[in-house]
Design a protein around this ligand. Structure first.
Ligand code: XIL
Length: 980
């Protein structure tokens, strides 16, 4: 192995190469000077002596690095240098500044003390990210003053890549040996590939690549045979290294030179337990999230086993390459989430499970297209087109002649979401569900065919309310069309699982140079079976010409919808702005907030919440900090800011009943005592859960390894609930009676409305669903005053299958007359996931049932902690959630899952306070929402806030009270006054 370690950190200058007396170039100088001199404390060392007489005057240094702009500061975010202040210096308070060219990368806030005089001190500053288009190689830095005398030395740029092995262009890292399954090879060299550099890595059969890769260059992986893992095997933890800072191109080639014959040449990948319907929250593998991955002919990527998701910024699959489940394992289900880089993805290779039990699915995200040209695919778990386009561009004629399965195969379902598009000129054999747009063609006028040539079965195309078919036309002989060899069905279910009478829309778009004569015809759509009630589209005709549509039966028994020109005049009924852009999801941008007032305020959150009659809460954690000592800063903040507490772990089964019928209330009492010292309410969390169950009940929360009968388990649960709830009767406001009872996979709700599926657990598997019913009844009997909740994660946003299943389950519990007061949405989020409108729609649909829907465990991890605006983005999302909480009466409670970032159960700074327990922007943004809401109450009138993206239907009187339908007088609705 030949490696080259970069001479890191990047040394800007140590002055040793310059003769004493060298006059240094200064930026903006009038009479300031800088000269290389001997170190005043060490005659053998050369340093730069700076005498400043001008403001904004700094010595200049030329960087000899190929990195410029953002690439430089991303890689070297810290500037380090040594400063010696001359004893003659008068003013101690000065700024220090750094510029790349003329772009300021650092300036001291205020005028800080610059340290002792007459000694060398090492200083380090975190630089701001430079602009990407800054190409300057001149670094200007130093004290900013008009009367200063100092020396500097050893100027260096340092960064986290200092530990990486930096690849030289063309370098080969050869890790390929002909080894066996009992001698796995480990690749553990952190690799940095600079822009413009190509590194080649040869891997082995039986190898685990566990080290990070970063950089902007090109990585060629020559995969040396099956079981070449990126990460570790399942039996070693199924982990994978951090490659998220690899933003260049990654190529995978088969490497057969060392081992000429084995199952496949490619990469084995892992992820956490993955659920395609909840692909954002169920931990996809992030190796290629920020890179462009190309799999070359002869190479494969696949999951090892289990259901795994791989997020790939851009995926290109060459003809002859494959993605699939692992061929040796019949439970290797691979889901590829592609397109996050907003570019196009070309899938010309084969997409299919290699084993009859395997599954493979595609999830398209990002603005670009995913173009499938293969003709033998079997995407048996389907394609979810969530954003951008899926262009099906297989050779449909060849599929018809050769009885091929085409671009998608027949087994899965293609789902086109609102805002996404399905197009192309090939054939789809899969059942297709469209909530978005079907627009045939690529750049030409083409036919998009729905046909199953492999099995000759009818294909079903379901068009949901307000979906779109868009047909482009230029003349009677040049137009696109949709050809369904099967049935077209109009559905009444929206993507959010609501019922709507709106029809699918069909829009005819004419080219600028379109030309038609009277009676010219365009076949818009053909199918073998029509929707019930005919092809009654909501038609959108163009402005030019006047068309009509006719439904016809063709000679072969199929049906056609034909548009015919009935006048050369413009369409008299043309409406310019139709509802095309309509969507039930919010843009992920949030308003800027002026929080100056909040940053100066010492009014805690709870003061506003109490005034508003709302509960704002936090999880207190006795084992993370001393909750009995109010001088501990975390404990103080918990007491000061919130109206309600929950124990992060203290009231769980394993904490309260560590051995059978022997209860331990140490932690839970400590939480109660903290709350009572601060006059706070308490939520109880939680009674029946599959996690944090003591071993005497179950070794892992799922197995019945202690061999209990159903009756015994019921007795155990009942005894637990009566004891724990009973102990705090009248003192705990509400309980999470059951927690996380739903399975992550609720895809069945698409086909079975009203359904839900329970997660396997010691309770659900060995008692049955009635454990939920019983738990509610027992909790109610133990404390009839306590409010009772169900709680879960992944159920936050309308339209999610698990969200829908949760609603179904809650309705079932209510219909069974159980004492349920509401449901909790955990809201463990990552920045970028929030969809305020879908959250609010979800909360609001519980209101007519008389149920609360509250936020129980909010934290928002930073998706990209090094992004300059990461904390602000987090703050904006916290604020948006707070607004939803404030304006919905059936959402009385908002709880944060922990106080400060260092005491969170999650990485990446998800809370309101930083690791020193200082308020973060998120705190101030939340503060501002509460403050403004409380101030508007003081004026006697609520601000008529409205939903993000939608007018509020609520009506208020002038006192800010809700005005019911019978109210007479002046009312305010959506910010406008009316007299009723
Ligand atoms: C977490 C705690 O925060 C951790 O300290 C503990 O190790 C595991 O549990 N959903 C829940 C909470 O309902 O109880 C979980 O709390 C986080 C996810």
């Amino acid at each position: 192995m030949c490696t080259h370690t970069h001479a890191n950190p990047l040394t800007v200058c140590d002055f040793e190469d310059y003769p004493i007396g060298t006059e240094w170039t200064m930026w903006n100088t009038k009479s300031s000077t800088a000269k290389v001199e001997a170190d005043p404390l060490n005659a053998n060392n050369k340093v730069l002596h700076v005498v400043l007489k001008d403001w904004g005057c700094h010595p200049e240094f030329n960087l000899s690095t190929e990195l410029t702009g953002k690439a430089l500061t991303d890689r070297y975010p810290t500037l380090r240098y040594q400063l010696y202040r001359s004893p003659s210096e008068t003013d101690d308070y000065k700024q220090f500044a750094v510029f790349l060219g003329s772009e300021e990368l650092y300036r001291d806030e205020g005028y800080p003390h610059q340290g002792d005089k007459g000694v060398w001190q090492t200083k380090a500053y975190t630089l701001k990210s430079a602009s990407a288009d800054n190409t300057s190689l001149v670094l200007r830095l130093g004290i900013h003053h008009n009367n200063s005398d100092f020396y500097i030395d050893n100027i260096q740029l340092v960064g986290e890549y200092d530990d990486y092995v930096e690849a030289e262009d063309g370098q080969v890292f050869d890790y390929c040996v002909n080894n066996t399954s009992s001698s796995y090879k480990t690749i553990n060299t952190p690799l940095y590939i600079p822009a413009g550099v190509t590194a080649n890595v040869r891997t082995s059969r039986y190898s685990e690549w566990i080290s990070p890769v970063a950089g902007e260059g090109t990585l060629n992986i020559y995969a040396g045979g099956e079981r070449s893992y990126i990460g570790s095997q399942s039996n070693k933890g199924a982990t994978y290294p951090d490659w998220t800072k690899m933003t260049g191109d990654v190529h995978v080639y088969p490497y057969k030179d060392v081992i000429g014959s084995c199952g496949f040449y490619g990469l084995m990948l892992q992820s956490g337990t993955f659920s395609p319907d909840n692909y954002n929250t169920t931990h996809p593998n992030t190796l290629f999230t920020n890179s462009r991955l190309t799999i070359h002919s002869g190479a494969v990527i696949a999951a090892e086993n289990g259901t795994r998701g791989f997020r790939i910024g851009e995926l290109n699959l060459e003809e002859g390459a494959e993605i699939r489940g692992y061929y040796k394992n019949s439970t290797a289900n691979s889901y590829y989430i592609i397109g996050g880089l907003n570019t196009d993805n070309m899938l010309a290779g084969k997409i299919s499970p290699s084993n009859s039990g395997n599954k493979i699915g595609l999830i398209k995200e990002g603005k670009g297209a995913c173009i499938i040209t293969g003709n033998d695919n079997n995407i048996n778990s389907g394609v979810m087109v969530n954003a951008g386009a899926l262009l099906v561009c297989n050779d449909a004629a060849a599929a018809a002649n050769g009885k091929k399965s085409g671009a998608t195969g027949t087994a899965g379902t293609v789902m086109v979401a609102e805002g996404a598009r399905l197009g192309g000129n090939g054939s789809i054999a899969a059942t297709t569900d469209c909530y978005g747009v079907i627009e045939p063609g690529t750049t030409d006028y083409d036919t998009l065919t729905f046909a199953d040539y492999a099995t000759s079965k009818d294909v079903k195309l379901t068009l949901h309310p307000k979906s779109y078919i868009k047909i482009n036309a230029r003349s009677a002989s040049e137009y696109s069309t949709v050809n369904v060899k099967g049935s077209v069905v109009f559905s009444k279910t929206t993507q959010d699982f609501l019922t709507s009478d709106a029809s699918p829309r069909l829009k005819l778009l004419l080219a600028d140079d379109a030309s038609f004569s009277i009676n010219d015809e365009i076949t818009l759509l053909t199918c073998s079976t029509m929707p019930e009630g005919g092809m009654a589209f909501d038609m959108r005709y163009p402005q030019r010409y006047t068309f009509t549509t006719e439904q016809r039966k063709l000679a072969d028994g199929s049906f056609a919808l034909v548009a015919r020109v009935i006048s050369l005049d413009d369409n008299p009924d043309y409406i310019e702005n139709d509802d095309e852009g309509e969507s039930t999801s919010t843009e992920k941008t949030y308003p800027e907030e002026n929080v100056t007032e909040d940053m100066q305020s010492n009014v805690p959150l709870r003061t506003y919440a109490e005034k508003l009659g709302k509960s704002i809460g936090v999880a207190a954690a006795s084992y993370r900090y001393d909750i009995s000592n109010d001088n501990v800063k975390e404990t103080a903040a918990v007491g000061r800011e919130f109206t309600i507490l929950v124990g992060e772990n203290e009231m769980k089964f394993d904490a309260t009943e560590p051995s059978r019928n022997s209860f331990n209330y140490g932690g839970s009492d400590a939480v109660m005592w903290l709350a009572s010292r601060n006059a706070q309410e308490v939520r109880g969390h939680t009674l029946a859960w599959h996690s944090q169950v003591p071993a005497w009940v179950s070794s892992d929360g799922k197995k019945n390894n202690n061999g209990f009968t159903r009756t015994e388990l019921l007795g155990i649960l009942k005894n637990h609930i009566f004891n724990v709830v009973g102990r705090y009767k009248g003192k705990i406001r509400e309980w999470d009676v059951v927690n996380e009872v739903l399975d992550d996979d609720q895809s069945q709700v698409r086909t079975t409305p009203g359904s839900y599926k329970l997660r396997p657990s010691i309770w659900s598997t060995y008692i049955g669903e009635e454990f939920i019913d019983s738990a509610f009844v027992w909790a109610h009997q133990a404390d009839p005053e306590a409010k009772l909740y169900i709680n879960d994660y992944g159920v936050e946003f309308m339209g999610g299958t698990k969200t829908e299943a949760y609603f179904n389950l809650v309705k079932r519990l209510q219909a069974s007359n159980l004492p349920i007061d509401g449901c909790g949405l955990q809201c463990h989020l990552t920045t970028g996931q929030l969809d305020t409108l879908k959250l609010e729609n979800n909360i609001q649909r519980y209101a007519p049932l008389g149920l609360n829907c509250i936020i129980t465990e909010l934290d928002i991890a930073l998706a990209n902690p090094s992004a300059p605006d990461a904390l602000e983005q987090q703050a904006k999302e916290m604020a948006a959630i707070t607004r939803v909480f404030l304006r919905n009466d059936n959402c009385p409670t908002l709880m944060f899952w922990g106080i400060s970032d260092n005491h969170s159960w999650r990485q990446n700074q998800p809370l309101l306070f930083d690791s020193n327990c200082n308020a973060k922007p998120a705190y101030y943004y939340v503060h501002a929402q509460l403050r403004k809401a409380a101030e508007s109450v003081a004026d006697g009138i609520y601000t008529t806030t409205h939903k993000e993206g939608e007018a509020l239907q609520q009506t208020y009187n002038l006192l800010g009270q809700k005005a019911g339908p019978g109210y007479k007088g002046i009312v305010i609705k959506a910010g406008k006054k009316f007299l009723r």
